[in-house]
Write a protein that binds this ligand. Sequence first.
Ligand SMILES: Cc1cc2nc3c(=O)[nH]c(=O)nc-3n(C[C@H](O)[C@H](O)[C@H](O)COP(=O)(O)OP(=O)(O)OC[C@H]3O[C@@H](n4cnc5c(N)ncnc54)[C@H](O)[C@@H]3O)c2cc1C
Length: 598
Amino acid sequence: MSQGDDGGRICPAPPRKRSEDRERFDGWGFADSGFRIHANGAVELSGNRYDLAGTELPDLLPWISRMVGIPLDPREVNPSQYPPVIPEPRENPAFLGELRKFLPDDAICDDSENRLRHGHGHTQKEIYAIKHGQLVRIPDLVVYPNGVEQVEALVAAALRYGACLIPYGGGTNVTQALLCPADEERIIASVDLSRMNRIRWIDPQNRMACIEAGAVGREIVEILAQHGFTMGHEPDSVEFSTLGGWIATHASGMKKNRYGNIEDLVLDVSAATAAGFLTRSSVSPRESVGVDLRRWLYGSEGNLGIVTHATVKLFPLPEVQHYQSVVFRSFEEGFAFLYDLKQHGAPPASVRLTDNLQFQFSRALKPTSVGLKRLKGRFEKFYVTRVKRFDPDEMVACTLVFEGSREEVAVQESALFRIARKHGGLRAGAENGKRGYELTFAIAYIRDFVMDHYLLAESFETSVSWSQTLALCERVKRRVREEHAARGLPGVPFISCRITQLYDTGVCVYFYCAYHYKGVDRPSEVFAEIEQAARDEVLRSGGSLSHHHGIGKLRAEFLSEIMSAPMLEWSRRIKRAVDPHNVFGAANHGVDAGKLSR
Ligand SMILES: Cc1cc2nc3c(=O)[nH]c(=O)nc-3n(C[C@H](O)[C@H](O)[C@H](O)COP(=O)(O)OP(=O)(O)OC[C@H]3O[C@@H](n4cnc5c(N)ncnc54)[C@H](O)[C@@H]3O)c2cc1C
């Protein structure tokens, strides 16, 4: 090992911006990708960046129709009205004049569609509003600082001239964290961190990197890999979400079993606040130096300041990466396997157990197969359902990603399959496992697509102890069905879940919910009511308010159910102490902007 103060630091070039990676403003994802229906009823994903793209999916529409109890007619469309009416910007000439002193012209933008995009995330309510309604308050301008100095100057200008700042990473949150408070009378500037997207340095000897907050997940993955490293943090939104966003929302990635959640990976954070710049002289492997300020920033959701950069742990790229999959007769058997795996085995980097509906969903996303592939598919189906007598309406799948040294992975794999056999699991192959993970990124486009065909859909998550998990899943599903029936809504609701993360004491459960909204008055509000009822049921069943999405405005009303009054008062006082003029006025976690600024 060579010795040197800086561990032989590498300073990578900034990420290359590719014109083909343009993002759409009217929904999720890259502009070149999106689902559409052919005249024959088959669905296809456009573009060529995902494995699923370019092949006809004949089973998807019929399957969705069966699931929601209403035949979907490809010709029956609720066309998006995007762009909606966009509110005029408010003005504050003194603030703008100050900004012009330190920001170049192209770092201040008042384009209406850009302002709109910076005023929302990806909840069904927000996406429905931009397609079929309106957002009443959005940022009045968008600014693009290029470094710490400009961020500090921005905060000083906002303090001096009475402006409100809302930090913006990738805009992928699903908690309404970027929605502007309707009663905010000050000018609102969205602080877009995309020009602070560099990996400043990689320290290969000490396995650390200093990364700017606006760095996007896919670029972090790509650049670190070029130098033989990974941070191991891969949320399903990794293509668009940013390091600053991960910290500010307390995020979790699919490979957390091996690498940890964001709080396990971040060694140090720097942030610009209204009370000054928070930073420290050095980064240590572990410390006991009083209250840990990083803890305040995890989950701060733009309320306390702007994360400018962070030092994170690195891991060498794994020698091998294997995908695998196992099928079980029922969700209960799959769940018993997960429990055993966590208690007696070494779970691989990622383990996901889908319930039967999600298992069926992944099958409905299969393209038409021909030739040998078709034969193989038929044989597998025959073997599983006829020979082994798995019921297609009950069986579930577990998809797995192993990462590590060859030896480590071999040991993990053999232990895992031994435990799986004990629970009646059948190996379903590497190809199915890989496909399951690859689908993750393509599936993210489905929600916007089905919205145009009268289906509203949303996901929500929780964490819960092992002993309460199965009951929670059952009760939440039942509650959604009851709420749907009580409102006399059309068809039946789609409600399904999967287990995505394992802990010593419990798991993370991720739900998908959808319903057909044709003929329903205020469909988005009705959906939101059902979703809040489901959340109520989660809490009653022993689940957490959120495992990784955060609170934003969506879940704020539940905070008083999970925290004592003094606890809530503590967090209000922290906000008041560090930001007495409420410069960071996103008003997440129920922080009342009006009260604070008085
Ligand atoms: C399809 C899809 C899949 C997803 N999968 C996952 C998943 O697997 N795991 C997971 O954890 N989440 C997931 N999410 C949710 C979302 O991607 C995360 O919450 C993510 O961490 C948000 O990052 P962002 O950069 O997009 O932040 P934004 O949406 O831009 O902002 C979110 C909040 O953080 C604040 N913020 C952003 N940057 C900063 C900064 N530099 N300083 C201070 N505050 C800041 C904003 O003000 C806002 O309050 C998913 C979302 C979608 C739509």
